[in-house]
Design a protein around this ligand. Structure first.
Ligand SMILES: Cc1cc2nc3c(=O)[nH]c(=O)nc-3n(C[C@H](O)[C@H](O)[C@H](O)COP(=O)(O)OP(=O)(O)OC[C@H]3O[C@@H](n4cnc5c(N)ncnc54)[C@H](O)[C@@H]3O)c2cc1C
Length: 464
């Protein structure tokens, strides 16, 4: 086997984006047993088409990485940072003209820029996520054209989605497109666009969604189940409603069952699974990704997880703009008072995603080294200089990865035996250990603090 995409699929590093299925009939995309889109293949043949699939797959070794893509797409953009990629300017704030902010996840810039591009006749089609009400698919990509309500697009979908089908639509329908995409989806879109003339000429803009990790369908199901809606009855789930007077970070959630009954809106932090650090139901691929910001997108849109903004229940965005046209449209709207944005430094942008970056730099290195020691295949990653990683943190990254892999299996079993408490009990046992430093660490820490204390005392005595 020469194609690295077969390694990706066989070793479960697939994110289900659909790039391979667009390239070759040998691949198809469907839900796996745990509620994640995954590719499967008929045979491991090596053909022109499977070679192309290998060039598109975001986790294949044959694909161009984020730096190589950016060096082509954003060659004129001089500013560059190891954590956020290339950038013209970075901003924080929100959309002033309503109802973008109130209907958005945070500041509302995501759907605002899509709408702006459509209204200004810069594109013919907007491709974004829409909330559905099918038991099999609560969220899916949908194509919007002029006259459609772009604001009916979803807020953040912490839910599996795929470009399978979207790419065929783009191929078969002439026009200019803007597409919202998680970092790995932006990467596959760029790699296709750079190889496929038709797709390349039609995709005008990619709106990147900053990403900590993607989750399986189980995340929505677990949250809804805790609110009294069982997985088989769940029809609609909202991950990012806003609760007045509550900090944006609380992320309001609600569920609607098949009879149309809506639960109360509650903070996701009051439900088990709402702690993103636990990484429940994470795709394995996300632990082997090194792009938090979506470095190949024209603009990356994220939450302003910064002290000054985190308590604002209205929500605020951080933006990293790489495309000149998007920059011009944004600046024009700021001047007109339609956007309330101020420039911020790279350091602040980085700080807003400190946890995600730590996991995809330090954590990634630990996971890669571990797999290497086990002689297991992993996707090739970019190199990032990293200073010493404390043994306690190493252990934490490994425990986190194990816990997230276990969560898929335990939830599947909980559904089978119809017992939510089975999952909660077993899983809380695991994640409890993630929250609490190990005994070894606590002892090491105590000894270290005691030593510092005595060092100071000795110094004092010696100095008289
Ligand atoms: C899986 C996931 C993980 C995320 N992790 C982080 C994180 O770690 N840190 C952070 O700051 N922000 C993260 N975000 C982004 C954040 O949740 C908001 O989506 C972002 O700040 C945009 O806010 P907005 O107010 O501009 O949204 P809106 O104006 O509501 O626009 C959001 C746009 O994104 C589209 N969209 C929603 N979900 C997806 C998806 N899965 N794939 C493609 N398009 C989608 C919507 O259709 C809509 O067009 C994540 C989002 C997702 C989906």
């Amino acid at each position: 086997m020469n194609n690295s995409i077969y390694e990706v699929i066989n070793n479960d590093y697939c994110i289900g984006c659909g790039g391979c299925a667009y390239a070759s009939n040998n691949f198809s995309i469907g839900f796996d047993l745990f509620g994640m889109y995954k590719a499967s293949f008929k045979n491991n043949e090596l053909t022109k088409e499977t070679d192309l699939a290998d060039k598109y797959c975001p986790f294949s070794d044959k694909t161009m990485n984020e730096d190589q893509i950016s060096n082509i797409i954003f060659k004129d953009v001089e500013n560059k940072d190891i954590n956020i990629g290339r950038y013209i300017e970075n901003f924080v704030g929100y959309v002033q003209e309503e109802p973008f902010r109130s209907k958005g996840s945070s500041g509302g810039y995501g759907k605002w820029i899509l709408n702006e591009l459509l209204q200004k006749d810069e594109v013919d089609y907007v491709v974004q996520i829409k909330q559905g009400s099918e038991i099999e698919k609560l969220f899916d990509y949908e194509i919007f054209k002029k006259g459609d309500d772009v604001l009916s697009g979803s807020r953040s979908a912490y839910y599996p989605v795929t470009l399978n089908g979207v790419l065929d639509f783009v191929l078969n329908n002439k026009g200019r497109y803007v597409i919202t995409a998680l970092p790995c989806f932006a990467k596959v879109l760029r790699n296709i666009a750079l190889n496929d003339e038709i797709i390349g000429s039609r995709i005008k803009h990619i709106i990147g969604i900053v990403c900590g990790h993607l989750k399986s369908k189980a995340f929505a199901e677990l949250m809804a189940w805790q609110m009294g809606v069982k997985p088989e009855n769940l029809r609609i789930f909202e991950f990012r409603d806003k609760i007045k007077n509550l900090a944006a970070i609380q992320k309001g959630v609600y569920a609607i069952d098949k009879q149309g009954n809506k639960t109360q809106v509650v903070s996701s932090k009051t439900l088990y699974g709402g702690n993103w650090g636990h990484g429940l139901f994470k795709y394995k691929a996300c632990d082997y990704c090194d792009d938090v910001f979506g470095e190949t997108a024209d603009v990356s849109v994220g939450d302003a997880w910064l002290n000054e903004y985190i308590n604002d229940s209205g929500g605020n965005n951080v933006l990293v703009i790489r495309n000149q046209r998007i920059f011009d449209l944004t600046i024009e709207a700021v001047k007109q008072g339609r956007l309330n944005l101020i420039p911020i430094s790279v350091d602040e942008i980085v700080l807003s995603q400190a946890g995600g970056l730590r996991n995809r730099r330090e954590g990634l290195l630990v996971r890669l080294e571990r797999k290497k020691a086990q002689r297991q295949w992993t996707p090739k990653k970019r190199y990032f200089p990293i200073s010493k990683i404390e043994p306690e943190r190493k252990r934490l990254y490994i425990r986190r990865e194990k816990a997230s892999l276990l969560s898929h299996k335990l939830f599947k079993k909980a559904k089978l035996i119809d017992d939510l408490h089975f999952f909660l009990k077993k899983m809380k046992n695991k994640t409890g250990k993630l929250d609490m430093p190990s005994l070894k660490y606590r002892i090491e820490n105590k000894l270290y603090l005691a030593w510092q204390h005595y060092k100071k005392l000795i110094k004092k005595v010696l100095n008289g």
